[in-house]
Design a protein. Structure first.
Length: 477
């Protein structure tokens, strides 16, 4: 035996052990069969504080959304606004009649709301229109209907019990979801009162199976949106107490462009503007000579990104990614290609596969080292970084309550984005920034992927050890 060669090998491995020791608690998940990639380093010195196979390609789930945020800021800048227009080839006559179709030209605004449609309606009235002697058309020529490439979205066309898998259109409103309000009847035993959230005029069918119960009986509601021959119907069942407050329920629509048409038509009617020939949806661009009768602009991009990332809004993320594609009628594969082209310009990022901006597609792949490279590149963009970092959450003050764990150090020194998938395997991912005790900026990423043989994975199993590891790094510097 010659101990010297063995000693040399051990000495060579010491730096690797030292780096891995930064994630000693998180690394324990590997013993249960989970695949882990992690990296944490300081930006001022470049010092690596911890790694676990940082180049390993894993699913990032909704951490994909930080790629969308960075690419959108790079393309348009923080103050960019999307525009939605009402256009027509006709002009209102002296009596306010518009002798032709009225077209909603969808501008790809990922946060177009009922309030925006109300503003369009008011501005149309201001322009002198009192009735439309034609159709109300919705043009989704930029993109839509977008082909579904995930199980949740494909199933959502016929029936859905959530809002996160909403379908996509450049003319979608209210994140592609219907909303109904459930309120108790005045007397126990009567059916609850269920109305549309956005209009007194019915715009989505309602199948009311909710019973009003006596005071303090509790409220338990179940809702599913189903597509019937008559159109979309919200099937709501359960119970609500007579002294309960109204509850709002959101479910994805089967056709977001048609949803926009129905919602806008109801608002026009309430404003006294009739539409003679009903509604329709088109994939063609309005003629260049069409006259703009009314328009609304979105909130600035930096505000859209805050909503997209803070609430991990899949509809908004994928809409933004689709807007990055130059050609009309793009799908999510092309949107992912636009994101990959953006990533190719990030120094030292490495391989990436993006099939959506939302991260709903389980085929998305990146590495912890890639995520920290992206985070560093944005940190070094002074004109863009404030808007980018503002879209992340601090555990102490973020909207996601499950983040409020760990020590005060973790809660107050970290800004992050999380990602969750449960099918086909469990994914829990995190990426973001931290500030050390001495005020140094750092970046970190941790990707934990299950396999078909691993047990159930919840956020406590990932966040608790990660918080402890990051706390140690922050306190040590």
């Amino acid at each position: 035996m010659h101990p010297r060669p063995l000693l040399c090998v051990l000495l060579m491995l010491l730096p690797l052990f030292a780096q891995a020791s930064g994630f000693t608690r998180l690394a324990e998940l590997a013993g249960k069969g989970f695949l882990i990639g992690a990296e944490a380093r300081l930006l001022s010195s470049g010092e690596t504080l911890g790694t676990i196979e940082p180049e390993r390609q894993l699913s990032p789930a909704s951490v994909s959304k930080i790629y969308v945020a960075a690419a959108a800021l790079e393309r348009w800048g923080p103050q960019y606004r999307f525009t939605t227009r009402l256009v027509s080839l006709a002009e209102p006559d002296a009596d306010g009649a518009l002798h032709g179709d009225l077209v909603l030209d969808g501008g790809g605004d990922p946060m177009l709301t009922s309030e925006d449609l109300w503003r369009l309606t008011q501005r149309l009235h201001q322009a002198g229109v009192r009735r439309v002697e034609g159709r109300l058309m919705v043009s989704q020529w930029r993109y839509g209907p977008v082909e579904c490439i995930t199980t949740d979205r494909c199933q959502a066309h016929s029936r859905v019990a959530n809002a996160y898998s909403a379908l996509l259109s450049s003319a979608g409103v209210n994140h592609g979801s219907w909303c109904v309000s459930v309120a108790p009847a005045a007397v126990a035993g009567e059916p609850a009162r269920i109305t549309n959230c956005d209009s007194q005029v019915p715009i989505v069918g309602i199948d009311n199976r909710v019973e009003t119960k006596p005071d303090d009986s509790g409220t338990r509601l179940n809702a599913e949106r189903v597509l019937r021959d008559s159109g979309d119907v919200m099937v709501v069942s359960g119970q609500i107490s007579t002294n309960a407050r109204p509850r709002s329920i959101y479910r994805a629509s089967s056709d977001p462009a048609r949803q926009s048409a129905a919602t806008l038509k109801a608002m026009l009617e309430q404003a006294g503007i009739g539409v003679r020939d009903g509604i329709g949806v088109a994939a063609s661009q309005p003629p260049a000579e069409a006259r703009t009768l009314a328009y609304v602009e979105s909130e600035p991009l930096q505000e859209l990104l805050l909503r997209t990332l803070n609430h991990s809004n899949n509809f908004m993320a994928d809409q933004l990614a689709l807007n990055l594609v130059e050609l009309p009628q793009a799908g999510l594969v092309q949107a992912g290609g636009a994101l990959e082209a953006f990533v190719a310009g990030i120094p030292e990022h490495g391989p990436v596969t993006l099939r959506s901006g939302s991260g709903l597609t389980p085929e998305n792949r990146t590495s912890a080292a890639g995520i920290t490279a992206l985070l560093e590149s944005m940190y070094r963009r002074p004109a863009l970084f404030p808007s980018f970092v503002a879209s992340l959450q601090s555990p102490a003050n973020g909207v996601m309550r499950f983040l409020r764990r760990g020590s005060a150090t973790f809660q107050q020194h970290v800004m992050l984005k999380t990602g969750t998938l449960n099918q086909p395997v469990a994914v829990r991912s995190v990426g973001g920034y931290f500030r050390t005790r001495s005020g140094q900026w750092g970046v970190f990423a941790a990707l934990v992927n299950g396999t078909s043989n691993t047990p159930w994975l919840n956020w406590q199993q990932v966040l608790d050890p990660l918080a402890a590891d990051l706390e140690a790094m922050i306190d040590a510097h």
